[in-house]
Design a protein around this ligand. Sequence first.
Ligand code: BGC
Length: 734
Amino acid sequence: MGKFIDELMEKMTIEEKIGQLNLVTAGEATTGSVVSTDVESKIKAGNIGGIFSMTSPSRIRKAQELAVNQSRLKIPIIFGMDVIHGYKTIFPIPLGLAATWDMNLIQKTARVAATEASADGLNWTFSPMVDISRDARWGRISEGSGEDTYLSSRIAKEMVLGYQGDDLSKNNTLMACVKHFALYGAAESGRDYNTTDMSLHRMYNEYLPPYKAALDAGAMSVMTSFNDINGVPASANHWLLTDLLRKDWKFNGLVVTDYTAVNELIDHGLGDLQKVSELSLKAGVDMDMVGEGFLTTLKKSLDEGKVSEEEINRACRYVLEAKYRLGLFEDPFKYCDEDRAKKELLTPAHLKLAREAAGKSFVLLKNVNHTLPLKKQGTVAVIGPLANTGANMPGTWSVSADLENTQSLVEGMRSVLGDKVDIVTHLGANLTDDPALQERSTMFGRTIPRDNRSFEAIIAEALEVSKNAEVIVAALGESSEMSGESSSLTDLNIPESQKRLLEALVKTGKPVVLVLFAGRPLTLTWEQEHVPAILNVWFGGTETGKAVADVLFGDVNPSGKLPATFPQNVGQLPMYYSQKNTGRPLAKSAWFQKFRSNYLDVSNEPLYPFGFGLSYTEFEYSPLKLEKATINKSDKLRITVQVKNNGQYNGEEVVQLYIQDLVASQTRPVKELKGFQKVWIEKGKSKTVAFEISEEDLKFYNQKLDFISEPGKFKVYIGTNSRDVQEAEFELID
Ligand code: BGC
């Protein structure tokens, strides 16, 4: 590869090298507000290195033909897209996928996404998004794996392996792009694009590991984030992009900015377009997404001695190497096979996986008196603004989804249940009372009809429709665009309009099942108190409706577990289980103690803790067993626990292992996830689940940023979620 690229670069003019650094959009999908112009003439002039959001082999072939037939050096173009949770077959939103805790399944979903997207002409995906987020006000919490460092790191790895397969040059793989580097999920106040100011200690221990895990798994590109990091925005941050990424982590792939992130450095206050483009290139950015700051200013900066030819060469080389790795120099049309596009999209096997993934992502939050599963008989009323909208089922960041042909919840349920169950349905309430908020929350074709009559009239009609039903399924929550980019919220309750409906439905005295659509943790204190059953279904993708039927009627036993804490109210945010103890922790059994760390009005507890999720069956944990009480640094400690399925259904349980470093040279979290296993246990049967802890699991970055362990006492916790655990102690000795 080196020789080929050296020879090519020798032939390139400086303008052609700068052209390679230019990533433009074809304007097909709406992921930002800028649409590139004159794409055709720029390709011919060698002014474009990559195009994103252009799909279909025929269109991509045409663009590629311009590059390889009509540009001077015939350098092929790379084609990218936001393939975030599926391409045409849409899987649950990433937060939902994380709730499966099923690594094998997650890898398979990424593999299918890569198969479909590459069959449609693409070779690069802007995924996985691995930003840790502990503030559910931030709409993009939906796009990541939640709050936890370990779980997110495990998922990051699986996604990369799924996309890239074992060989990036095959025509059914995609180059992965880990994003948004870095710390994008720690935006102050949960407001998108907002500043991040974070200690190195927290960064290294909690926020950086998932990016590193994706790179260790082989991700060949990185996207810089929009946010400021300790005073220097990521897209101009030399420490981040060069000292850490290139020097410490030895990353040798491509660094691309996020959408117009170079231009946005102007508003960050770093200078004009020429200045910020210079800063960005020098910091370590190779490719400029959409903004064309590089294209229009770097030559001038070179002439003025502000950037060097070596810096431009470096960036150009990384772009060319990515194309080489994808095999585009050998065959620029390798992804342009019309036949594949016809055969490999939305196949029965892909849809089957989507249905399985959706069912496994649902989290059962409450189920009193065995309200669920329902019997396949009689009449069920499915009421609410999310009941009859196919377009909202794929969830946010599913830009390639076929919205018109996605079944709604009711359609999906009917297709599974046939005439065994009579399903009646009604809007019941508007998504929100405020039409302007509804409009902002249903963009990009994710519309939900509005009924302009009084809410009383709408509810009365819904009650009339439900009057012969034995059970009411309330399909409520968020629309898909209430989460995702630029969709931060300050109020995490189910909108008032829907709350009134829910109250009215509960008042009927019929069993009510809340099927909750959400792209983030919502605050559900009233619902937890009053509604007999709550199934959180996030946004399940193409097969949502069928998967909901599978779970509600007991063909699938729910096994999802929360990848993010659900607070009691928004004032508790940011909230996460792996907090520090403080010097004045609240006594375990206490609700409030004066001069202790707590609130006057609400307890410190979340509504549902991290890792929480019920099943139709009951799992009983036997006392955990430690093989020994001490380990040295080369030892492994085996810990076992027996889990018995004591209920009436076969089911899956995610057995979770947490660790606490009791005494250290710096403060350590009260619990940190260090292992989990998802096990299938038949009713009446038991399984022994074994974990091994080694020194590696006990290490952390100290104040000097050395990754070390410290001898001393540790606690290990095992349980069904981060709160309900058993504990034991052991010691690490030198
Ligand atoms: C988002 C990225 C995305 C990019 C390209 C940006 O607005 O932040 O996540 O990959 O657009 O669509």
